[in-house]
Design a protein around this ligand. Sequence first.
Ligand code: 5CU
Length: 376
Amino acid sequence: MDTSNLTVVDIHTHMYPPQYIKILESRTTIPLVRKFPQAPEPRLILLEAELADLEKATHDPSAKPPGRPLTSHFASLDQKIHFMDTHHINISVISLANPWLDFVNASQAGAMAESVNKDFSEMCAKHHGRLFFFGTLPLTAPLDTLQASISHLKDLKYCRGVILGTSGLGKGLDDPNLLPIFEALAKANLTVFLHPHYGLPNEVWGPRASEYGHVLPLALGFPMETTIAVARMYLAGVFDKVRDLRMLLAHSGGTLPFLAGRIESCIFHDGQLVREGKVGKGRRTVWDVLKEQVYLDAVIYSEVGLKAAIDASGSDRLMFGTDHPFFPPITSDEQGQWESVSLNPEAVAKAVGEGSAEAKSIMGANAIRILRLEEQ
Ligand code: 5CU
């Protein structure tokens, strides 16, 4: 798609501030950054599915390097701006990449969140009007620290929401103890960008998993994790209890647009739920929640998935993203065009027509309206 005449907004784009990278360098368990003799750049090891490769490479210098190269794209602001310019991206809403502060102990999480959020604020201020951010929450900290962090984020000029993983306070997003947090976020008008990290248990990938690179955990584990997290929230009634909660789901909602019909059917055919009176008239269905409280990114790389997302939530609720700095080109120059970026505008053009009003909305206008990117 020719994007040169469009306002393009990237709402799914990550960074690790340099001080966060330092913490990863000091760690011995994942997430961590480590150098290996067999690789020119330090390696960033994030996922449980990378543990077997980490173990092998630690003991065998000829084994393939684990994880992914930690290139300058992960921590350099200049590099982010260069990437935006190269891909004609006018505005980016940046967020800390996974696993955020999920591994930080309770006593340090509050201060670390404050410092990471300050780093993001300062990056945005350096590029006023081009950068906004989703803040990071200290989820392992006591509840009052967490509430204080939301109050802090609410007043930060460039903050438009928070990025959240699926573990919540440790028990998932259907945990009743998380309700006051969702209420506070909704009251503060902060959109929750829900992003996966944990995937599915390693056993699911089978004994030959290491032959398949990152494909299974990233292509299937991540979307299933998001789908399960939102389904649990729905079944626990979180969306009804917090009607002003707005969730932006990564990767076009995982598989939720495709599976919503099946989830619905399983609900009204479930004897237990029917007996408990949970399937009565007036119930808001998964479809209702998808159209009223959910936004989806357009990071799905094909018009087939994108059309399902549009059918489920509406083209006025979809927003373009890149997932930078993940998925760099393997064989061409990282400073040039990334195929992982061009696939998504191509999917938008195929799904709704190049130059159409819907394409304009998905590529940028929706994000400007939903995330108030004209307010500065
Ligand atoms: O390549 C990966 O592992 C990832 C990741 O960890 N997080 C993300 O947002 N995209 C890809």
